[in-house]
Design a protein around this ligand. Sequence first.
Ligand code: ADP
Ligand code: MG
Ligand code: MG
Length: 879
Amino acid sequence: MPAYVYDFVDGDKDMKDLLGGKGANLAEMTRMGLPVPPGFTISTEACRAYLRTGDFPAGLSEEVDQHLTRIEGATGKRLGDPADPLLLSVRSGGKFSMPGMMETILDIGLTDVSVLGLAVQSGDDRFAWDSYRRLIQMFGRTVCDVPGELFEAELTLARRDAKVATDAELDTGHLQDLVEAYKKVFHVHTGRDFPQSPHEQLFLAIRSVFSSWNADRAVLYRRQERIPHDLGTAVNVMAMVFGNRGPDSGTGVAFTRDPATGLPGVYGDYLQNAQGEDVVAGIRNTVGLAELEKLDPASFTELTAIMARLEEHYRDLCDIEFTIERGKLWMLQTRVGKRTAAAAFVIAAQLIEEGLITPDEALQRVTGEQLAKLMFPAFDRDAAPAPLTTGVAASPGAAVGAIVFDSAHAAAADGPVILVRRETNPDDLPGMIAAQGILTSRGGKTSHAAVVARGMGKTCVCGAEQLAIDPEAGTVTVNGTVLHAGDVISLDGSTGKVYPGAVPVRPSPVVRYFEGDLAAGADPLVAAVDRLMAHADATRRLGVHANADTAADAARARRFGATGVGLCRTEHQFLGERRELVERLILAEDETGRDAALAALLPLQRADFTALFEAMDGMPVTVRLIDPPLHEFLPPLEDLTARVARAEALGTDPGRDGELLTAVRRMHEANPMLGLRGVRLGLVVPGLFAMQVRAVAEAAAQRVAAGGDPRPEIMVPLVATVQELETVRLEAESVLHAVPGAPPIRIGTMIEVPRAALTAGEIAHAAEFFSFGTNDLTQMTWGFSRDDVEGAFFGRYLELGIFAASPFETIDAGGVGELVRTAVERGRAARPDLTVGVCGEHGGDPASVRYFHAAGLDYVSCSPFRVPVARLEAGRAAC
Ligand code: ADP
Ligand code: MG
Ligand code: MG
């Protein structure tokens, strides 16, 4: 019979699959000899069995009873003992942290009888009755679905009757009345009395934690965070310790370093004389951990020593939940803490310095997505007006949007919004996902809003106490200013400042560092990025090139660390004022007209290339011959038709418009993506490719003459069969030979048609390099065009789980990826020195970069801004 229940002394931190993160770490802390209340964990396997059948698997109840006996032995108390009752907490905890998403029930074991025993035993009536009312409230809400507002309403009434401001001021008599009122609420809503058997309470609580795995908000959170739905949660049952036993008690949350910046120091929030989720829920305002040092120096010293041990043990930032009961410190939870992107870099670099981790490990602790986030612009503080107020800088970023006061409006809004709440709770999740940023008036860095926002990479300012938020009236008042729903505000998540209106943004320091405007030592974040990028570059095998059409783009890409241009799209050079020349080419009636148009284009193209080769001196520049269908350079059919009709109506000559209209009609294609474009165009319009090849060769020759080191390559798009490439190649070679002084220029092809991937062995005979055009390859492999489908059904497909991610963002390993691998293999078999790269959008996508590394490509090419991301991910892939 497999064991479903593990005592804390029997587990360890690597058993997360079975014990969940919370259970595994409680076991680890127990092993380390830290002060953890005794307890046990019911495994995720038991949860999965429960969710399958709707009932406990055979043997589970007995195992729970056996392990309960061990807690009773360790504490010297018995569950249900009327004189000295053992109280328990029942806590959820899956493999991946889902803060606040599932249930926790505290103070299990109190009944009408044992509450009296607890009062006598503790010598504290108030504490006993406060615990009992908390149990009925929490149990009613989470186990029996009694609406939480019903209890809240009773609590408000009790405070009003007692004429006090806070719960802490309610005395024993008030609390006894409140318990009676709560029991009535419970009865009315459930049709039964509050269970008076502690054993029944325990087992109902366990069931409800199991079921909370499938609560709507938990399902939504998992979808958002891409956590699988079939893991199930573990259940942790442990002896209660009490933070609500007077001023020498309390509860808190702490981080071993600042989770927003990564800088060293002890961070946390503490709430005196409080229990359970009071801190995380941000219900009362907490004090900083430094305050605890004054309130209880001994516990503070013990806590900081434990935090140092935990950080050394886990070799990472840890977050911690603790409770102090009458001066005795208890550890209730720890885990490797969530952090902002900036903190991830700073912490990883610092842990290398501290000798706790190797540079390879440090690289695994940061991601390309995080680096991309750090490259976003931030507010231009010089251009910002005086802030309305300043709250806690809980999750960085620059968010601008219209005020909304609830989740429904946030989710339904058209434009960007800021969700403004007193505090958030898990029901606000849809609104938090929809909003640009989150602003609350209560709670610290560890409040629900802060923790969830950091996890989602959303901007958040919390605990802005000066805000008077009135959701019913739809207003928020701050220092005399009244703002309404729909008013635009700006949130700076790095400073906690809240501004009126839309504040302009400025580039990130990380971008300025890559640009060379900011020295690596300028601040801890830039220094950390510099350290980790250096290691990524030293480690990676994959080259990183950039997609750049102009010298300016290429120069920036080079500053960002690109060592080549993997894709120069020449058609972009045909736009603007040169359009007319292309029109002339299209309209040319004979060879003379065509040659004249081409001759006019040649010097312009040549000048573009000269500048590009100069910017990329000494590095390969892959020039792709013209790719899109020619009609893209002509005015749209509707415009032309209207213009010609107008001219005719006025009796004037439509002139050139008439000719253009004829041409556009002639070139109309039902499906241009699969029409006359790429190599097909080059083979149909005589002289076009030859002109481009000549411009490349002449530009290179000019650079050589000027003492430069140009390394152009010519790339033929959309090849499906080797005959196409051979035909273009013959023509190109004869042009190249005719240009004196040109360096050797390699000729290769894009692989973007499935047939080309499958016949790569033949194509390689005519190609010196391949570059995978994964955008087209994805479209043609799936048989859908990106422009048509993203809005039409991708959302639904993602929802249904048919895609885990859009195949245009992350390479589809099973289909498109197989074509890439096949082509690499066949191409290299035919030509061992074949160079292979990729130049689609996927070249800058972290997961795709790792895939291309594994597929053995030589380089990826991406937009200049993604170059650092690709370098980092290529480094991570190689270590
Ligand atoms: P979450 O996963 O949402 O953080 P937890 O299971 O950590 O939920 O429980 C929330 C809070 O309940 C904890 O932070 C802690 O303050 C309190 N709590 C849990 N177990 C105990 C216990 N044995 N004694 C006292 N307080 C507890
Ligand atoms: Mg917790
Ligand atoms: Mg293409």
